[in-house]
Design a protein around this ligand. Structure first.
Ligand code: GLA
Length: 686
């Protein structure tokens, strides 16, 4: 499995929002302009008849903890951890917030069964056995889960025993220990039919739990391989829809995209499971983790914390403990949110709630701030003069006359709950804070930045004020207004600022912050903030330069970092090999892995980009990729799909006048496995 690691992706170039920002009103698309597939669907497929719900289990998506994402098989997965998490669930209010299951993943057992064919807990990790841990967890008013595989062994290479052929005995053992939840994996399944394997364990769990009176939630983990959403509603309470998540933006995003279309199959007692949470594990920014948590909630996904809470910081607790976001996930109507629109990476996902309101995620997949908007009517809310718009991350009520909008930071999510509320006018008006295209500036030079605060509420905003601040040493001035005594409905406070970078500043991505404050007629205060990215750049030298000798603005890469003058190699930096296409070695170039995007600042100075492209020989005959060259927002060259069997392709793209040039490698339409792309001899003529 090749995972996308995008630590550098957020430094991407910012394009032009500015014109739209200071001049135009809402960008909401009429329903007719949306692709049919993106329109909400209310149809519940027949296959999803909630037979499983009859037992009353998991009527809302299960919430709890699982150690896998934080420890994998490491030694710190042990009794102390499980007890520690249970303690923290209670002491930090997570139990009160709904987190109930403390689940053990792979590696809890000894590799061999005992003489009677019984499972044996690892005596080092669990010296007192599983029952003692279960008793402890139960004593805290919590529940406990365990793991095994619907195969001869579990997934870990150490080869712990799986339950295939031992279903009755293992299920009885789990029940006797007091287990409340089983995650049943798919490794080493010997090719036995999935429906048969998962139904056999369902029946075994049912029989065993009848002997103890303790029901067992049944989590099917066959990674979506056999479309469990079509047959598992009466088998388990949840089913994984994808392969494993990893702690990266790319992984989280690709799983989201696979899980979203399955909305019609989810409901009380039968949930789509896009895998456990990575929030707090360090591979994403807090903005990205808030998106992750927002998306899981709006998708009515199980919320299984995957970080070691004993080491978690305040931000992690703040995200995982946000009760209003959890309430979206746990809504008793049990609908998974549906996609209303997604063009250009600007997602509107709407979840119908039991009280008639809608939870709406405005999710920005892109690397730059985006305005994302919809309306109360498109959300299916009844016609009204005004609505209550609650921001679930800022925990703030506002009013809107119908528009539901925000400028959302790169990779961010604004999560609203929108309802028809007769008291709408008593809340402060909603206002959108936007910022125009982030400028490119050279050290010591000045560039304009535009900001606007637009009142889209149904009442006037008062004492409005905007302020732009930057890192130490940045000079920010304006001769435009920064205050408005009153900002009536539909009007905006637009400001053009002059931003001067310090003389000695290094090239790279920097962040300014625009902040706005205003009051309602009653005096209630609203404060809002938006990051404004700025790039300090150097103009490319005249003549021909190898791309690998120039600084790039950003490089997003599907597997480890993009490499200069070697192939991409593996996951570590600097682990590539000589760039080799059809047996020919190239001393210069870029080695990348799909999906990849390397962006250069050309500042209008360059005319052409040339390279020889293809799939590097290091993966043998595997790998299919396609190369694209973008001059600003225009695709100026595209190779189509190339495999290792194709000869290296010489390309030349005209990039006259472009401010940025983006070198993109896609997976060629299949998956990204072995997709090692080379931009051999890549060079700019400037
Ligand atoms: C599989 C599952 C993971 C985890 C591991 C444990 O990969 O999908 O969630 O349980 O096995 O080995």
């Amino acid at each position: 499995m090749r995972h996308r690691s995008l630590r550098t992706a957020r430094h991407r170039v910012i394009g032009g929002l500015a014109a739209a920002l200071l001049g135009t009103a809402g960008l909401t698309l009429p329903a007719a302009a949306q692709p049919a597939a993106a329109r909400p669907t209310t149809a519940e497929p027949a296959a999803a008849a909630p037979a499983a719900a009859k037992d009353g289990l998991a009527l809302t998506p299960p919430m709890g903890f699982n150690n896998w994402n934080s420890t994998h098989c490491r030694a710190d997965f042990n009794e102390a951890m499980v007890k520690g998490i249970a303690d923290i669930f209670v002491s930090k209010g997570l139990k009160d917030a709904g987190y109930t299951y403390v689940n053990l993943d792979d590696c809890w057992a000894r590799p061999q069964r005992d003489a009677n064919g019984k499972l044996v807990p690892d005596p080092v990790r669990f010296p007192k056995g599983i029952k003692a841990v279960a008793d402890y967890v139960h004593s805290k008013g919590l529940k406990i889960g365990i793991y095994t595989s619907a195969g001869t062994k579990t997934c870990n290479t150490a080869g712990f025993p799986g339950a295939l052929g031992h279903e009755r005995s293992d299920a009885q053992q789990f029940a006797d220990w007091g287990i409340d939840y089983l995650k049943y994996d798919n490794c080493n399944n010997q090719g036995v039919d999935a429906k048969q394997r998962y139904r056999t364990m369902r029946d075994a769990l049912k029989a065993a739990s009848e002997t103890t009176g303790r029901p067992i939630v049944y989590s099917i983990c066959e990674w979506g391989q056999n479309k469990p959403w079509e047959w598992a509603a009466d088998v388990g309470q949840l089913w994984r829809t994808t392969g494993d998540i990893s702690d990266s933006w790319g992984s989280m995003l690709s799983i989201t995209k696979k899980n979203l279309p399955l909305a019609p199959y989810a409901g009380p007692g039968h949930w789509n499971d896009p895998d456990m949470l990575e929030v707090g594990n360090g591979g994403m920014t807090d903005t990205e983790y808030r998106s992750h948590f927002s998306l899981w909630s709006v998708m009515a996904a199980p919320l299984l914390i995957g970080t070691d809470l004993r080491k978690a910081d305040a931000k992690t607790f703040e995200i995982l403990g946000n009760r209003e976001v959890i309430a979206v996930d746990q809504d008793p109507l049990g609908k998974q949110g549906t996609v209303l629109s997604s063009e250009g990476g600007r997602w509107v996902i709407s979840k119908e709630m039991a009280d008639g309101s809608r939870a709406v995620a405005l999710f920005n997949e892109t690397e730059r701030p985006q305005r994302i908007a919809t309306t109360a009517a498109r959300l299916g809310l009844p016609q009204a003069d005004g609505y209550r718009l609650r921001d679930l991350w800022r925990n703030q009520d506002q009013n809107t006359s119908g528009s539901v909008a925000a400028t959302v930071p790169a990779h961010g999510t604004v999560l609203y709950r929108v309802s028809a509320d007769r008291r709408w006018a008593s809340y402060p008006p909603a206002a959108e804070l936007g910022a125009g295209a982030a400028p490119f500036t050279e050290a010591g030079a000045t560039a304009p930045v535009e900001t606007a605060l637009r009142n889209f509420g149904g009442t006037a905003a008062h004492q409005a004020r905007v302020e732009l601040t930057g890192p130490d040493g940045w000079r920010i001035r304006t001769s435009w207004p920064t205050r408005a005594a009153t900002l009536p409905t539909g009007s905006r406070l637009a400001t053009r600022w002059q931003v001067t970078a310090p003389k000695d500043v290094k090239p790279g991505a920097y962040e300014l912050t625009v902040r706005a404050d205003y009051r309602s007629a009653r005096g209630d205060k609203v404060g809002t903030e938006l990051p404004v990215p700025v790039h300090v750049v150097v103009a490319p030298p005249s003549g021909a330069s190898y791309a690998s000798d120039l600084p790039w603005l950003s490089a997003a890469n599907g597997w480890g970092p993009a490499e200069k003058d070697t192939s991409v190699g593996e996951n570590a930096a600097g682990d590539g090999h000589p760039i080799t296409l059809d047996g020919t070695v190239h001393a210069k170039g870029l080695g990348v892995h799909a999906p990849s995007e390397v962006t250069y600042y050309t500042g209008g100075h360059c005319t052409a980009f040339t390279a020889k492209v293809g799939v590097d020989d290091e993966e043998g005959t595997a790998g299919t990729v396609a190369f694209e060259v973008w001059a600003d927002d225009t695709k100026v060259l595209s190779t189509g799909t190339l495999t290792n069997a194709d000869p290296a392709k010489a390309i030349s793209a005209a990039v006259d006048g472009a401010t940025t040039v983006r070198l993109v490698v896609t997976d060629g339409g299949d998956d990204v496995t072995s997709d090692h792309g080379d931009w051999a001899d890549a060079a700019f003529s400037c």
